[in-house]
Design a binder for this molecule. Structure first.
Ligand code: FES
Length: 70
């Protein structure tokens, strides 16, 4: 098995990848919640989706700095 340095790639609660959100043209966290449910259950994905919307990244390391993200 190959080590994945960026294992955070999806909203686990709704099994939606950040790449899928990006490809769907999601522009806001609210839109991700309304269309896919992302962020409406445990909320762990919320800062990562927010960072994705700013940077365009769709995969994050476990120590990614998302402290400035909502
Ligand atoms: S991981 Fe997205 S709501 Fe739980």
């Amino acid at each position: 098995m190959v080590f994945d340095p960026t294992p955070i790639r999806r909203c686990v609660c709704f099994n939606v990848t950040f790449e899928e959100l990006s490809e769907a043209g999601v522009a806001t966290l609210e839109e991700a919640s309304e269309r896919f449910g992302c962020g409406t259950k445990c909320g762990t994905c919320r800062p990562y989706i927010t960072k994705m919307l700013v940077t365009g990244e769709t995969a994050f390391s476990i120590d990614a700095d998302v402290s400035q993200a909502a």
